[in-house]
Write a protein that binds this ligand. Structure first.
Ligand code: SF4
Length: 180
């Protein structure tokens, strides 16, 4: 009898995809794992709508309204939600803008010192509005587990997915709990 597969969704909100790269860094260890998991919505599958999932791995904090919408979809569809990496846990590098008003950040990025004929702040209706501050995901929804690190090591991803497969609490080794 084939074992039931665990459904995994992943997303990158205000992140750099470094956490996703670290997940893939488990190299050949991913081969036996892939027999037992199935990816749902993820940049790895390019599936746009999330279905019912066992575990959601969320990289990055919230910097715009679309991030917020995606996060709530993940919380609603995933039994277990994991904040992956420093950006999801505390905002990380994108949250450095929280020291300044949003208008000042936009002016500095798009108006001041920009060497183009008609400098302007992008206002396309397709672009999701920025939030005034970058927000860690735990401030917006309930989070079940936090994987620290920038990025967390591949072994930490392996442990969290294995724990879900084996229906036990994850045990992160000291070396897997990184804060750099
Ligand atoms: S925690 Fe580090 S690796 Fe992960 S998204 Fe943030 S900056 Fe990138």
């Amino acid at each position: 009898m084939t074992e039931p597969r665990v459904k995994v969704a992943t997303c990158s909100l205000a992140g750099c995809f470094g956490c996703h790269m670290s997940f893939l860094d488990m190299d050949e260890a991913i081969v036996p794992l892939i027999q037992r998991i199935e990816f749902d919505r993820s940049p790895l599958t390019d599936i746009k709508q999330i279905g019912r999932c066992d575990i959601g791995l969320v990289e990055g904090g919230l910097c715009n309204t679309e991030n917020r919408e995606v996060l709530h979809q993940f919380r609603a569809h995933c039994n277990i939600l994991v904040a992956v990496g420093a950006c999801a846990i505390n905002g990380g590098v994108p949250a450095m803008r929280n020291h300044y008003p949003l208008a000042e950040c936009l002016a500095e990025s798009y108006l001041n010192g920009v060497n183009v004929v008609n400098p302007q702040i992008p206002r396309d209706a397709e672009l999701p509005p920025l939030l005034e501050q970058v927000i860690p995901i735990g401030q917006e929804v309930r989070v079940d587990y936090f994987l620290p690190g920038c990025p967390p090591p591949a072994a930490a991803f392996m442990e969290i997915v294995s724990a879900v497969l084996e229906q036990r609490e994850p045990q992160l080794e000291y070396q897997q709990r990184r804060f750099d």
